[in-house]
Design a protein around this ligand. Structure first.
Ligand SMILES: [Zn+2]
Ligand SMILES: [Zn+2]
Length: 778
């Protein structure tokens, strides 16, 4: 090199942070540097990828950095690229140097990724013998990550792949920076990697040579197969076979809840569902979640897949096992979590055989162990945004960045009782765990504790400075928090919902929160669930809510929405000062109750309500939906949470723009007045589809009225919508549209679930605010 050039040449250090490990980032940089003819080096450190290059022109440097951002590997997520000129160093070439490990640094971990197009070609292409038909094919752009990682850094010896020694060919790929499998930790092939086999439910081997062919045959015959997937077992059955679907429902004790379906490819989806560009993007993304899609071809799936639901939960194959199986069958598959109702998803062969043998006839097993179990994620589109309903595979443990930085301090938020997740917050990263389930199940609680240990290890957390929990002392998570021996902070359920929206949208200043929900313990020890909250000067106050109703039988009423209907109807009956017997009044207004419950039970419920026996008071919006659903003769007893409200939403006539008169008094909506108008409509034989639409439209308008009053009084422009009730697409879209038209800035949950799965984020955020406040005081 001539001296002139050396003089002009300068050395730059470029640091790239984000999810840049285990995603093919270093080979990508290596190839990019070759294309630019740059000399230098690239290294993985615990917190970033460090690149050093020599160049004579700033233009080249800028172009190089631009390419890093634009052409990055599909699985990489770049948070920041910073560069600086450093003292001159001389290089002979461009090289990849060994990873550097630094202590106590926080590292982002990549979620598991769906099989990429290149790997799909490999397994389908018989001329590429090494990976043809191999069910564990992966590369740096795809495959398992989080579920096989035991510790950080992400190297093969710290994954469950350590027991498989790479053959010579795999080793060569692994070492070759030009290969797509360069440093692909789970790299494997027929010769050296994990194997698949099929057994019956007594663990008798059916086939080890053609397990997929044998499994496909069993599926065609209508059998239920338990299949070991990425993060745990799935139960698969022919989704076009009504008897097989009902058999699965009966055995899994899941009579009504919709079942997720996996279809062969995106063309099949387009043919049978109404899909938008945004939905196609979600389905085909590396996170490959279950996407809720509007039905088009009503005959595509067996009737028992989802009852009275506008939508079906659809996903595409995301592992080579799925892809290879779909090469052998020509029907869609029900793919539901391999568990008994609320238990966590089974992850080990033995565990699956024990727990799932009463359900599945056959088991498609393999010997790649799952370290962290992981359910399928569920998302849906709201105004071109992806809204996450259940956050697990493909998303966790991807962090959500919040607008507060707590430095090296570390907060644990343990979430709610149902749809539990926990959240670890350090610096400005909120890491929400995958969906852990209902904590009243002992196995789910064990899963909670086991997962917390995994996160502590992966994110290098030795202890927490503060633990946030729900105010409800009976929640398993609250009890757990109390026993940790570190400072605790109890946070009201609906304030946490609101805070989760503030956190993920990084809202500053005053906010009005509408948190409509099922159940949460209030500050007055009553059951809340229709909160109008105001965040002003960092304090949250409750402005309004529904008037109190009694829940006859407490929990029993939640399972039986007709009880809530009786409670509402009794109030109207009293208000109207009727002379007829209460049961006569019920039959008069809702004739279907004659079949549903006899006079006897009606009078017993009335008496129970009158003496307030085992009838706690609630202001829950979820219970209002329950009552309306039952009064309209839709759902009066439920087998899964939210069923009555989902039924009510699904029948609404979307063309109807009418509403009921609604009245707001001191931020409180008069729900009784709305119900009286509904009864009037029932009398006048207005179809339930119209009544449902009017009901939803009315609620959206009531929110608008409330917001306008708050704006006048408190000068509020930002509105946060959260809580389980906002899983209702019709209500949410309607509210978003009404509020934005009036100039409000409306926010909801998109990254964290809007239901109780998002509670832990809100708790962590409130605790961070508290930490900030107490630090300021010191
Ligand atoms: Zn791949
Ligand atoms: Zn091999």
């Amino acid at each position: 090199m001539n001296k002139e050039l050396i003089k002009k040449e300068k050395t730059y250090s470029i640091k790239v942070t984000g999810i840049v490990q285990g995603v093919g980032f270093r080979p990508f940089i290596f190839n990019l540097a070759s294309r630019f003819k740059l000399k230098g080096m690239v290294t993985n450190t615990t917190e970033a990828v460090d690149i050093v290059i020599n160049t004579t022109s700033k233009k080249t440097l800028a172009a190089f950095m631009d390419k890093i951002n634009k052409d990055r590997p599909s699985a990489a997520y770049i948070e920041r690229i910073v560069f600086e000129q450093v003292p001159y160093r001389s290089f002979n070439n461009f090289s990849i140097t060994k990873s550097k490990k630094s202590q106590n640094r926080f590292q982002l971990v990549s979620p598991d990724l769906a099989t990429c197009q290149d790997c799909i070609s490999d397994i389908n292409n018989s001329s590429f013998g090494r990976r043809y038909g191999y069910p564990f094919t992966n590369c740096t752009n795809c495959g398992p990550r989080f579920t096989i990682m035991e510790s950080f850094p992400y190297d093969r010896y710290q994954t469950t792949m350590k027991k498989f020694e790479m053959c010579k060919d795999c080793q060569l790929e692994y070492q070759n920076p030009f290969d797509r499998r360069f440093h692909a930790q789970p790299n494997a092939c027929h010769k050296c990697g994990p194997k698949l086999w099929l057994v019956d439910n007594k663990n008798n081997l059916i086939s080890s040579t053609g397990p997929l062919e044998a499994a496909a045959r069993k599926l065609k015959q209508g059998h239920i197969i338990a299949l070991k997937s990425l993060g745990g077992f799935q139960l698969a059955v022919d989704a076009t076979n009504p008897e097989a679907v009902i058999k699965l429902r009966n055995k899994k004790n899941r009579p009504h809840k919709p079942l997720a379906v996996m279809v062969r490819n995106i063309e099949t989806v387009k043919k049978n569902f109404t899909v938008s560009q945004a939905e196609i993007k979600m389905l085909t993304s590396p996170s490959a979640p279950i996407v809720l899609l509007n039905k088009k071809n009503k005959n595509f799936l067996a009737e028992g897949i989802s009852f009275y639901n506008r939508m079906d939960g659809i996903m595409l194959p995301y592992t080579p096992i799925h892809h290879l199986l779909f090469n052998l069958i020509d029907f869609p598959l029900v793919m539901t979590s391999g568990n008994n109702s609320e238990e966590p998803i089974a992850k080990d062969n033995q565990e699956a055989l024990e727990k799932l043998s009463p359900i599945a006839g056959y088991f498609l097993l393999h010997d790649r162990d799952i370290y962290s179990r992981y359910d399928d994620s569920v998302v849906k589109e709201i105004n071109k945004n992806q809204m996450i309903i259940r956050r697990a595979r493909g998303f966790s443990p991807y962090p959500i960045k919040i607008g507060l930085d707590i430095g090296d301090k570390c907060i644990l938020a343990v979430g709610a009782q149902e749809k539990n997740t926990f959240c670890v917050l350090t610096r400005n990263y909120a890491i929400i765990s995958q969906h852990l389930g209902e904590l009243d199940d002992a196995d789910s609680f064990a899963f909670f504790k086991e997962t917390l240990e995994v996160y502590k290890r992966l994110f290098n957390v030795t202890e927490f400075d503060l633990v946030a929990h729900d105010l409800h002392p009976g929640y398993t998570s609250s009890k757990f928090a109390q026993h940790l021996g570190i400072p605790t902070m109890g946070i009201q359920h609906h304030q946490a919902h609101m805070a989760s929206v503030i956190a993920e949208n990084n809202l500053q200043g005053d906010v009005l929160g509408i948190t409509w929900d099922g159940t949460g313990l209030g500050l007055d020890e009553k059951i809340w669930g229709s909160e109008i909250l105001l965040l002003k000067e960092k304090q949250i106050t409750r402005l309004g809510n529904l008037s109190e109703k009694l829940i006859p039988g407490g929990e029993a009423a939640i399972r039986n929405p007709y009880r809530m209907a009786i409670s509402y109807l009794l109030e109207i009956y009293r208000k109207q000062n009727r002379k007829q017997q209460f049961s006569e009044y019920i039959y008069d207004n809702c004739p279907h109750f004659i079949k549903l419950i006899g006079k006897n039970e009606i009078e017993i419920l009335k008496h129970q309500l009158e003496i307030k026996f085992n009838s706690p008071a609630t202001t829950s919006m979820g219970r209002f939906f329950d009552a309306v659903s039952s009064i309209l003769n839709l759902t009066s007893t439920i087998s899964y949470e939210g069923q009555a409200a989902i039924h009510l939403e699904s029948i609404a006539d979307l063309r109807c723009t009418q509403e009921y008169r609604s009245h707001i008094d001191h931020f409180c909506m008069d729900d009784m007045a709305i119900l009286e108008q509904i009864l009037e409509d029932i009398k006048n034989k207005v179809p339930a589809s119209i009544i449902s639409a009017k009901f939803h439209n009315t609620l959206a308008s009531a929110i608008l009225d409330i917001c306008k009053i708050a704006q006048d009084k408190y000068n509020i422009f930002q509105v946060a919508l959260s809580g389980g009730v906002f899983q209702n697409t019709l209500l949410l879209k309607n509210t978003l549209s009404k509020l934005s038209k009036q100039g409000f800035e409306v926010f909801s949950n998109y990254k964290a679930p809007v239901n109780d799965g998002g509670i832990s984020l809100g708790q962590a955020y409130m605790a961070a605010l508290e930490l900030e406040r107490s630090n300021r005081c010191v």
